[in-house]
Design a protein around this ligand. Structure first.
Ligand code: AMP
Length: 259
């Protein structure tokens, strides 16, 4: 695997290269099997498989959340090598934001609900950095997890709206054996909190319960529910356990209703 320590290094190495079989998985690092599923698909679909690790400050509302974000670069590099990734790019703020955050991409409808309601500006940061990463890699396929379904939906709309010559590939959520969606933030949960977090998906999938009932139950167990809502034929939740914010969503299919 080639490690490009900066945008400049990547630009130099890729100059004149063939972008037609290039795939990209944008990440913030602290990699786990959830990222692994996107990366495996990217490696299998493309001759050149790129991963970026960049903790994007413009999408964090809360400075503590940004500074607490787990960092495990050496482990991540070993993991990416084991998956057969061809290039890892490690961009830096000054290169990605030559004019700071004075130029950006924003959306005024789907980005204002769910995770965008209490985190004003979150998706503006996400969309802007994703457009930069797609443009600088020229990747023809870009992989996103449906765990962050709102992000996947917004990025797909951006690519369509701006006629970007790439395809967004949505991948199903990877869970542990108890149904908990894998997340870098799970590492910050105590053993007791982890047990509670594992109950969340079961409640969310239970279509006999209303979103209000799920909210009440989770709050009783010590969560602080940010939202529990249905839209786009899915049921979404975001809830805090201590200062760790967990999100999840499920499709509202007949199967789920029966479970
Ligand atoms: P992150 O590093 O959290 O920005 O995630 C990078 C990509 O991995 C995003 O497209 C996420 O949706 C995806 N991802 C994270 N966790 C999971 C998971 N448990 N299952 C599937 N995709 C995931």
């Amino acid at each position: 695997m080639i490690i490009h320590e900066s945008v400049a290094e990547w630009m130099k190495a890729s100059e004149g290269g063939d972008a037609s079989a290039r795939g990209l998985v944008p990440t913030m690092g602290a990699l786990h099997e959830g990222h692994g599923s996107l990366i495996r698909q990217c490696v299998s679909d493309n001759t050149q498989s790129l991963v970026t690790i960049y903790v994007n400050p413009t999408q964090f509302e809360n400075p503590d959340d940004l500074s607490n974000y787990p960092d495990s670069l050496q482990d991540d590099i070993r993991y990416l090598e084991s998956l057969g990734v061809s290039d890892l790019i490690l961009p830096r703020y000054k290169e990605l934001y030559p004019f700071d955050f004075t130029l950006f991409v924003d959306e005024s409808l789907d980005s204002k609900v769910l995770c965008g309601k209490n985190r004003i500006g979150h998706f503006k940061g996400v969309l802007s950095v994703v457009m930069k990463l797609i443009n600088l890699t020229q990747a023809r396929r870009v992989y996103f997890g449906k765990k962050d379904f709102q992000q996947y939906r917004l990025v797909s709309k951006m690519v369509e709206a701006y006629f970007m010559p790439t395809r967004i590939v949505g991948m199903e959520t990877v869970r542990d054996e108890h149904g908990l969606a894998l997340s870098s933030r799970n590492r910050r949960l105590s053993p007791e909190q982890l047990n509670l977090a594992r109950q969340m998906n079961g409640l969310l999938r239970n279509m006999l319960l209303s979103t209000d009932e799920i909210t009440r139950q989770l709050n009783d167990w010590g969560f602080r529910v940010d939202y529990c809502e249905e839209r786009w034929d899915r049921r979404f939740i975001a809830a805090y356990l201590g200062d760790v914010r967990l999100i999840d969503n499920v499709e509202m299919t007949a199967d789920v209703r029966a479970s």
